[in-house]
Design a binder for this molecule. Sequence first.
Ligand code: NAD
Length: 488
Amino acid sequence: MPDRTFASVNPARPAEVIAEYPVASPSDVDAAVARAATAQREWRTVPVPARAEIVAACGTVLAQRKDDLARLVAREAGKVLVEAGGDVQEAIDMAAYVAGQGRNAWGETHPCELPDKIGFTTRHPVGVVGMITPWNFPVAIPSWKIFPALLAGNGVVIKPSEHAPACCEAFVDACRDAGVPDGLVNVVHGFGEAGGAIVDHPGVRAISFTGSVPTGRRVASAAMANGPKLVSLELGGKNAMVVMPDADLELVTEGALFGAFGTSGQRCTSTSRLVVHRDVADELVDAVVQRAQKLVLGDPTDPATDVGPVIDAASRDRIDGMVRDAVAEGAVVATGGKPVTVERAEGGAFYEPTVLRGVRREHRIAREEVFGPVLSVIEIGSFDEAIDVVNESEYGLSAAIYTRDINLAMRAVHQIDTGIVYVNAPTIGAEIHLPFGGNKHTGNGFREAGKRGLEQFSEVKSVYIDFSGRLQKAQIDNRPGPAAGDAS
Ligand code: NAD
């Protein structure tokens, strides 16, 4: 019998238990790593295109189960049904993309500086990869990690968030049913300690972490102390949408609502700062406020619901505390600004879609990630000031600019210090074939998705083949060198 179990609940109705799992002990993690290592020894010998066929099959099974999985995401992570469907679709798309990579270039060839010699690179699996994931994309994020890791020939031990364990189990079940070999992908459950046991495990060569900055820092330093290991970090954001006076304000309004209140503001790329030129601030904020007040809060599985709950009461209280601090610092609530109860969602942690005006750059709400449905309006007087505001954040994930001036749009693309920039679209909406990730404290240089998604899961080997039949010395042969006896 396990010592301890925990339950995930429906955030809209916390009395409803979704699933219960044992909390993994260090010996459970040990067993999971051993299973992954054993299965990986066989898997690494499977040709890459054959691995890719299994990844493609995972996409097929996920597509067959899309509706059921989306319902589970809505019930366990509180995402409204259409967004829950998007979460699953992202995993289906990722399977197709990663499978295609299985017949793509696996390295580079290079000319060499000496005759009859060639250089090329090739990729090799790292072994067992440890993955630690958050709850807000409970199917998509495991897919961003697991599919490229499998293609690269690795075994996996994943610890999903304690808030969305059943979504990860359902995803991994689909992978097994699609033909992923037994033991290759292992799920362990629990809280920070279970994650820590993976990070510390000597049999885990790489850690792929997505979550908050404070946890990411702890994970990275533990992985270095027990390694060094390969560590990739995808962390938080403080994403800004810049609005210039020539922008199409109807388009901005729609984008701001989706960016700020989609997934109840709980995306790493959620729009949390509306950096608007003061010439259009009143008109824009009025429009956003009016539309925000019409959003329907409710049970995420009800198709009439626009905005679901936040993940739990602690998160709701943290969001409320940040709003109160903002007001104490001088911000004004234009709409929302408090927790709310919702019919037929007893005990759900709902927070009103909130717009704050009068936010200044130095306010806490302008600097720290809220991870909730709160949009802070910061007024600026020029393009250069807008860029300064965007870039002064310690985060660097996503940003957007709305303007009809192509020159300003391109200057923003060049000057904004984030990993993702949108023009005339909100800060959310990434597609899986482009690299995903951020600058500054949002990450440590890796990217997920796209071609670069494989980098964190493979070691690159440089190979030199000399077919001249003699010793050739790089940098020395056929190069002018210091003449013998030249003392000058
Ligand atoms: P979190 O940091 O609280 O938890 C993330 C995971 O880490 C969970 O599985 C948790 O159990 C585990 N964990 C906690 N302490 C640990 C420890 N000491 N050692 C190992 N593992 C530990 O984050 P969360 O609340 O689940 O997710 C929200 C955060 O994730 C936000 O900051 C959001 O911006 C970020 N996020 C980033 C991206 C991205 O790609 N950049 C995507 C989604 C979410």
